[in-house]
Design a binder for this molecule. Structure first.
Ligand code: HEC
Ligand code: HEC
Length: 348
């Protein structure tokens, strides 16, 4: 696609999906016109988006208009739409699969499509793969189940169920055209950006000041978020309505990266690097529902999952004379670990 065609596609507002690997050759080392056009587009979508490097694979994920315009079977379109609907409003599964105030899109902002906001399509092209977090090979459904278990403090829909199929179909649709097993570390905008190390050790008291000034208005002084007429307006950052101790975002660096590029809502990239680290330290030094991998002892659980996980969280450490996570509170659900979460071993 030429830059002109690309521009035309955008002006015409018609469905488009631009997909390519950066075509700069080592010799020229200059991005192509096409690349520049996409970078321009990305900059519109996420103002702070860093420029992709020549080694990175840039994918602009299709949206629901593209789905309508596509030639997929109408039944498949309905399935993908259902997945989109579940992703954008996961609270419809509250009490069944979701036991906190989260929706997938609470953390995967930008419909799970946009770079640096936790796009979910990479999972569809990199899985099945080995995951250090649970030390075995995971499928796409299992990865989705992971976010239900930890981030939603819940119970995943059964593998193969209609809801699971719909969610997986939405992830795969977003990945349309990306080569399978394109190396995961080359995918531009995957996850949340890793911030530079802070100048000063992250400090929760400094973080509290940032929180009061920049976050409390929406997420509440007590971190409990805001619910109006049974509708979650702002999700909770700690406490029983929030993610549990095993969630990826309970790691301070993950939360700091998320906050820097997504919060305050509508004003991304307005905090300093230090403020993002401090506020993340503050939020993640509060209590939340138990890690579903709990062994009965928080310090021991921390040790068992230290590498690669709890070394980046405050779980099992002492704050104000109390060990974080030293409790049996599982939040609003009545079980610790959902049954579908299990180990796998192909060596036998
Ligand atoms: C509380 C925040 C939060 C919520 C809510 C959440 N996630 Fe996630 N999700 C994350 C984080 C953080 C990661 C990255 C984890 C990591 O760095 O290992 C992630 C990763 C993923 C990935 C892997 C992406 C990749 O690059 O491979 C998928 C797929 C995913 N989430 C799907 C979902 C779905 C589906 C839901 C809703 C059922 C959901 N998530 C809800 C925080 C969240
Ligand atoms: C104007 C209201 C507003 C402000 C101010 C705000 N947020 Fe948010 N925040 C939201 C909304 C809305 C979402 C859900 C995102 C979505 O649905 O797209 C969210 C989601 C989040 C999430 C992921 C979901 C969760 O509950 O864990 C975190 C973490 C977060 N905000 C942290 C912060 C921090 C830290 C600040 C201050 C630096 C902040 N927010 C300021 C409205 C706000």
């Amino acid at each position: 696609m030429s830059k002109e065609q690309f521009r035309y596609a955008r002006l015409a507002g018609c469905a488009f999906m631009v997909l390519f690997t950066l075509s700069a050759t080592a010799a020229e080392n200059e991005p192509s016109e096409e690349t520049l056009a996409v970078v321009e587009l990305l900059a519109e979508l996420t103002p702070s988006a860093p420029t992709p490097t020549p080694e990175q694979y840039v994918h602009v994920a299709p949206d629901m208009d593209d789905l309508d315009a596509s030639s997929l079977h109408p039944e498949l379109k309905k399935t993908i739409r259902r997945g989109y609907d579940l992703f954008m409003n996961t609270q419809q599964l509250r009490g069944k699969n979701v036991f906190n105030s989260m929706t997938c899109a609470s953390c995967h902002t930008g419909e799970g499509r946009l770079p640096h906001s936790g796009p979910v399509w990479p999972a569809a092209v990199t899985l099945p793969d080995y995951r250090p977090k649970n030390d075995h090979v995971n499928s796409l459904e299992e990865r989705i189940a992971g976010c239900f278990t930890y981030s939603m403090n819940g119970k995943p829909p059964a593998y193969g169920s209609d809801d699971m199929l719909a969610l997986a179909a939405y992830h795969q649709w977003l990945a349309k055209g990306v080569p399978m097993y394109q190396p995961g570390d080359t995918l531009y905008g995957r996850g949340y950006p890793e911030l530079d190390e802070p100048e000063l050790e992250p400090d929760r008291l400094r973080g509290k000041t940032v929180y009061k000034a920049q976050c409390a208005l929406c997420h509440g002084d007590d971190g409990g978020g805001k619910v109006e007429r049974d509708e979650v307006v702002f999700p909770a950052l700690w406490g029983d309505d929030s993610y549990n101790w095993g969630a990826g975002i309970a790691r301070v660096f993950t939360l700091a990266g998320f906050v820097q590029h997504n919060m305050p809502w509508g004003k991304p990239d307005t905090l300093t690097n230090q403020e993002s680290w401090d506020v993340a330290q503050y939020i993640n030094s509060h209590e939340r529902p138990q890690d579903p991998r709990y062994t009965g002892d928080a310090k021991e659980t921390r040790e068992r999952y230290l590498d690669p996980f709890h070394k980046a969280t405050l779980y099992g450490t002492e704050i104000d004379g109390k060990i974080l996570g030293d409790h049996d509170n599982v939040g609003h659900k009545d079980f610790l670990k959902p049954d579908v979460i299990r180990d796998r071993d192909f060596s036998k």
